[in-house]
Design a protein around this ligand. Structure first.
Ligand code: B12
Length: 229
């Protein structure tokens, strides 16, 4: 096997290096590698996935107390920097036909919005129209917006253990007052710290730890609802 020319790493290597540079909180290197990968034709989605892998490592390091809160803040800043470079590439894939309407927000008690913003992009590039309520959104605000907007899908984002109660309250509110809604949306919850146990506790229709997978799951459910009509 021949070595790649200097400065032009193989895609898999450069994706791994992106993850490693995020994990090391080395912003300058991350941004350089991301630019190189995008310029070299690596799909934006793959680049973002590599950054996410690095973010998970940062979280683990924080948990092991190897880094402090400032490290988490730094990781957030790095992600923002990446999104400033990557969205043009992501949005260029955007479809014209609205496949449906999505209401999105990070639940009350939680301000993590990076994953939510990525989910928004994933829905948009798949042809959905998205209304984003922002962060720290109380259950009643989701409900009021759903009455107004009549979404096909409602996406709740959250990473904090403490926020899973507000996720559950939001789902419960929708179920208990379904008769006040013109249309009951498919409810999907997303966040890297969600697992089967949390999904069982919150009881949404769908759950995911990956934005694109979440979109696919919603599409499948919307399609089977249409077929059932
Ligand atoms: C960056 C970060 C921060 C930043 C957030 C910046 C921002 N604007 O979002 C800052 C520094 C502000 C922060 C603060 C805190 N954080 Co923090 N943070 C992180 C970190 C390192 C990365 C999170 C992230 O952005 N990941 C990248 C994104 C892309 O991944 P994601 O959110 O999972 O999203 C993906 C999918 O899950 C999915 N998705 C997400 N939402 C949705 C929604 C839908 C509808 C769909 C379909 C898909 C979907 O799509 C995304 C792309 O695939 C994590 C570590 C980790 N393991 O996650 C800790 C982490 C989440 N934080 C943690 C903690 C404890 C805190 C603080 C309480 C710290 C403190 N002592 O103050 C505060 C909380 C403040 C609050 N009230 O919310 C803990 C949570 C532990 C827990 N289970 O409760 C973690 C896990 C770190 C750890 N291991 O201890 N944090």
């Amino acid at each position: 096997m021949t070595n790649p020319p200097p400065g032009k790493e193989l895609p898999v290597q450069s994706l791994a290096s992106i993850g490693a540079a995020v994990a090391a909180l080395d912003e300058k290197t991350v941004l350089r590698l991301v630019r190189e990968a995008l310029d070299g034709g690596t799909p934006a989605a793959e680049v973002i996935r590599a950054v996410e892998t690095g973010m998970r490592i940062v979280g683990d390091r924080y948990q092991r107390q190897e880094i402090y809160l400032s490290g988490l803040i730094m990781a957030g800043e790095i992600f923002r920097g990446v999104m400033e470079i990557a969205p043009a590439a992501v949005y260029s894939m955007q479809a014209d036909n609205a496949r449906g309407r999505v209401l999105l927000g990070t639940v009350a008690g939680d301000i993590h919005d990076i994953g939510k913003n990525l989910a928004e992009q994933a829905f948009r590039i798949s042809g959905f129209t998205v209304d984003d309520l922002g962060e720290n959104v109380p259950p009643q605000d989701f409900f009021d917006a759903a009455q107004r907007i009549k979404p096909d899908v409602m996406g709740l984002s959250g990473l904090l253990t403490g926020a899973f109660t507000s996720m559950r309250d939001t789902v419960a509110l929708f179920r208990s007052r379904a008769d006040e809604l013109e249309k009951m949306p498919i409810i999907i919850i997303g966040g890297g710290t969600i697992d089967e146990n949390i999904a069982e506790y919150v009881a949404p229709d769908l759950w995911t730890t990956d934005a694109m997978e979440g979109v696919r799951l919603c599409e499948q459910m919307l399609d089977s609802r249409k077929e059932g009509q």
